[in-house]
Design a protein around this ligand. Structure first.
Ligand code: HEC
Ligand code: HEC
Length: 615
């Protein structure tokens, strides 16, 4: 900034009050939620679409095992909140079913936290991810209707102890789904395209006509191409992932056949005053009213030409037998658009920081205001965590600067994606990878053939809103507390020798006071509606697998006498209680509190100690 610019900023701070201080940040209330143009081609009732999306997001029946929902890994401020069997463990560096403790963090431990060249006391390739399904093969839809039929697929490497399998764990930490609608693209590596093509996350890489449209009694295969729809692209990933939600080998039409016939959330309690599902909530306590099926919601939400045909079709042109309805065939389209519509309501724009930005100078304490200045100044955080979204990977940034921007040393990279040196590039190359169609995830790589790219080991800059509740942090979940994160930045990152570091990643020499202020500031980014799960963050009951039973230390208890599942360990279950629009009396537990078991006396919500009531 030149001298005149600096004077201007000083003047604005002097005369403009809080609003002027927050110039490159600001209130999220001023940012409009991105909308997909031409959505009306598919959707006829937005309210029905949101209700469908909320039900699908929280419904345990969507997982092959009739247990794993999207929410299983996104129930706590939009992220995960479990400590047992959460390690992705490629080289068996930890025992499967391990329970994390405060001592395990940070994963990369130095003798001097201020010096990334000091003696390494510990390092590990593990990541703190999220437990999904057992490794199983899909045979067919289950006779019970609420789960798929399958069988244990033999020993799951890195996810078994003594021949008994634990649930598999994702290779990366689960980010929050709250405010994710503001990202131009989603996932840590950006692979969920802003263009939704109806079936896979990869946008224009997927050239196929993925849906069937009816016209004059004829069904025609049609290509879907919706812009501003990264969350729809994202949502069609997990249901077919054999780590997250699916037995290996199920297909979208099969999932559609099972789900469309079901009563939404049949196993789970839904609050009569749920902000979206309340009017449909069953009176006998669980699920929606018996007259509702998923097919009914699909018919209410979507244009008839995508479901009204009575012709039966084959799952794929090559596979002969015509077993599926048009609605079942098009289920991925419905699923993606409905989940996206629900997630677009998960906007937390009323933190104390938002109020401060809107001019309420008393909304932040003196310490938090000092933290804000460090965040924008000597901390260099706003090089990347910029805008009301606290991420340069936002729609706002991409509209201003384009999807590709100059990076360091004459390279170009995707806007808002940076390498900060959390792990060596070889451990996870992030943005520098290719999709199922062989195309790069990186827009910079696609659009700038021949240019020098700064994408190796780069990850999407995550929002910092509600970060108080979404630990552990970074794509590998290797830091438990915000203090540890600030120490990481203060020493200029961990793995710096691989290069391609983003601007601002260098030793900061922040005083302990500055560091404490930064942490305090980040905690002012929490929205009380998230803290207490008030509307729109209220939700149905959920039962989550939270580790496995052991007969003796390191000896897992097998699940059941069921011969199909002889290799599966018995689950421990934890309840995430139902909550209506007015929210909980107690605030959410933080990850540091979870690690030490604080708040089980009722002073915190989601302590993972309540027993499940799901049948
Ligand atoms: C087994 C745990 C698990 C399940 C189940 C799961 N997710 Fe995720 N989710 C993750 C992980 C891990 C990531 C990050 C993966 C990555 O970026 O490579 C993620 C990423 C996301 C993101 C991107 C956020 C961002 O900042 O990029 C969204 C949105 C999301 N999930 C929504 C969903 C939806 C919708 C479903 C159900 C269809 C779902 N998740 C099911 C674990 C899970
Ligand atoms: C060069 C860009 C850049 C700068 C500068 C930067 N960050 Fe980050 N930040 C990122 C990226 C990218 C990630 C994800 C990195 C990963 O997981 O590998 C991240 C992750 C985080 C996280 C973890 C969030 C989560 O959900 O896991 C926090 C907290 C954070 N940054 C705070 C800060 C603070 C405080 C500063 C200033 C001291 C700062 N960042 C400076 C780009 C940056």
């Amino acid at each position: 900034m030149d001298a005149r610019g600096r004077t201007l900023v000083v003047l604005m701070i002097a005369i403009g009050g809080p609003a002027a201080w927050c110039q490159n940040l600001g209130s999220l209330k001023n940012v409009s939620v991105p909308k997909a143009p031409n959505l009306e081609r598919y959707v006829r009732d937005q309210d029905a679409l949101i209700a469908l999306g909320k039900a699908l997001f929280w419904d345990m029946q969507v997982g092959s095992d009739g247990r794993v929902a999207c929410a299983t890994c996104h129930f706590h401020a939009g992220a995960d909140h479990r400590v047992q069997n959460q390690l992705f463990n490629p080289l068996d560096s930890f025992r499967p079913n391990y329970t994390l403790t405060p001592k395990d963090f940070p994963f990369h431990m130095l003798s001097n936290v201020e010096d990334n060249r000091s003696t390494l006391l510990r390092d590990t390739v593990q990541a703190a991810g999220s437990a999904g399904v057992f490794r199983r093969m899909f045979s067919d839809l289950g006779a019970d209707g609420i789960s798929d039929d399958g069988f244990d697929a033999g020993d799951a490497p890195a996810f078994s102890v003594g021949g008994i399998n634990v649930r598999q764990v994702t290779g990366r930490n689960t980010p929050t789904a709250i405010n994710a609608v503001f990202y131009f693209r989603n996932f840590w590596d950006g692979r969920a395209s802003n263009i939704f093509t109806g079936l896979t996350p990869f946008g224009d890489s997927d050239p196929r006509p993925n849906v069937l449209a009816e016209s004059n009694g004829q069904l025609t295969a049609e290509r879907v191409r919706l812009e501003n729809s990264s969350l729809a692209s994202q949502a069609v990933g997990p249901p077919m992932s054999s780590v997250e939600m699916s037995y290996d080998g199920r297909t979208w039409p099969k999932l559609g056949k099972r789900i469309l016939a079901l009563r939404p959330l049949a196993l789970q309690k839904v609050a009569p005053d749920d902000s979206v599902l309340g009017p449909f909530a069953g009176r006998e306590g669980r699920g929606l009213l018996p007259e509702h099926t998923y097919l009914g919601f699909v018919q209410a939400a979507f244009q008839p030409q995508y479901w009204r045909s009575s012709e039966l079709v084959a799952a794929a042109p090559a596979s002969g037998s015509r077993d599926f309805t048009q609605a079942e065939f098009n289920f991925a389209l419905f699923f993606g658009l409905a989940i996206q519509a629900y997630e677009a309501t998960l906007v937390s724009d009323d933190s104390r920081f938002d109020r401060f930005s809107e001019g309420d100078g008393g909304a932040l304490t003196v310490l938090e205001q000092a933290g804000l200045r460090v965040f924008q100044g000597s901390g260099r955080c706003t090089f990347c965590h910029v805008g009301p979204e606290f991420s340069g990977a936002s729609f706002t940034s991409v509209l201003q600067r384009g999807a590709v921007q100059p990076a360091r040393n004459g390279t170009v990279a995707d806007t808002g994606f940076f390498r900060t040196g959390v792990r060596p590039i070889a451990a996870d190359s992030g943005l520098d990878a290719r999709d199922d169609f062989g195309k790069p995830f990186s827009v910079a790589a696609v659009q700038n053939a021949g240019a020098s790219l700064g994408i190796r080991g780069a990850f999407k800059t995550p929002t910092l809103r509600n970060v108080e509740f979404t630990g552990p942090f970074f794509h590998n979940g290797g830091q438990a507390t915000l203090e540890q994160v600030v120490e990481f930045y203060n020493r200029g990152g961990d793995y710096i020798d691989d290069g391609n570091l983003g601007r601002g990643i260098r030793r900061l020499n922040l005083s302990s006071g500055d560091r404490a202020a930064l942490v305090a500031f980040m905690k002012s980014l929490s929205d009380d509606r998230v803290r207490f799960e008030r509307a729109p963050f209220d939700h149905p009951e959920l039962c989550v697998p939270a580790g496995h039973m052991e007969i003796l230390p390191n000896v897992l208890q097998p699940q059941s006498a069921d011969p199909r599942f002889r290799l599966s360990a018995a689950d421990k279950w934890a309840a995430v209680p139902v909550v209506g629009r007015r929210g909980n009396a107690a605030p959410l537990q933080t990850f540091d509190e979870l690690l030490i078991g604080a708040g089980a006396d009722g002073s915190r919500a989601h302590t993972m100690t309540e027993a499940c009531t799901v049948p």
